[in-house]
Design a protein around this ligand. Structure first.
Ligand SMILES: N[C@@H](CCC(=O)N[C@@H](CS)C(=O)NCC(=O)O)C(=O)O
Length: 210
């Protein structure tokens, strides 16, 4: 199979979710790097009209949204009916669904803080960012306190769950771009350490693209 193309960045946690899932599914994926996140040219984002990454390119089509892309990769790998691949839509309890929502939310807050404070140099003490950072901490604390129950309720045996991949990418990203103290979340830390031994995780470390 020809390599699929993904527009993204090595330092982007949403991009990494897709890269890990592709690797776990044994789908070759080539990364087209967005060099300047402040670019206002849609072409630089692989055609994403909202200037976001990642974008997956399948033939002439472009697919937006990390969760959508994960679903598409599972289809492309011919494993859409495989119960060992647990996608976000397979979560059955309110607790699991809330957990997945908080992971996506926390990842989005990190993006707000990076674009707003780190790149656009807006004041970190602005009420918008103060609330965002507190919300990020709250979401991660919630996840930390319930992690065991959420993981125990995931379908098993499984090869992969999008929940675990996204949680891993979130936790390691907080280490890469510190915004809240990771020491406050010992269970998330332990989980990331365990997940991080996977080849797919080792092959996709966060780094700044030049
Ligand atoms: N809902 C999108 C969110 C993607 C997202 O926020 N990506 C970040 C990079 S990790 C981004 O595009 N940042 C640039 C910006 O927001 O201007 C998805 O699921 O793919």
């Amino acid at each position: 199979m020809n390599a699929l193309r993904l527009t993204g960045r090595s330092g982007s946690h949403f991009t990494r979710v897709v890269r890990i899932v592709a690797h776990e599914l044994k789908l070759p994926l080539e990364l087209n790097v967005v060099v300047d996140l402040m670019s206002l040219d849609v072409k630089d984002y692989g055609g994403h009209p909202a200037f976001k990454i990642p974008t997956l390119h399948v033939g002439d089509a472009a697919l937006f949204g990390t969760d959508n892309i994960c679903n598409r990769l599972v289809e492309l790998a011919g494993r859409a009916d495989d119960p060992r691949i647990v996608r976000s839509g397979h979560l059955t309890t309110d607790l699991q669904r809330s957990a997945q929502e908080l992971v996506w939310h926390a990842m989005s807050v990190q993006v707000q803080l990076i674009i707003g404070v780190r790149i656009a140099k807006l004041p970190a003490e602005n009420a918008f960012f103060v609330k965002a950072r507190l919300g990020l901490h709250g979401a991660m604390k919630w996840l930390d306190e319930r992690l065991d129950v959420v993981l125990a309720a995931l379908p098993a045996p499984r090869d992969l769950s999008v929940f675990e991949v996204s949680l891993f990418c979130l936790v390691e990203h907080v280490e890469f771009r510190p915004m809240v103290p990771l020491d406050d979340f010992p269970n998330l830390r332990a989980f990331a350490k365990q997940f991080g031994v996977r080849e797919s995780a080792q092959l996709t470390p966060y780094r700044a693209d030049r």
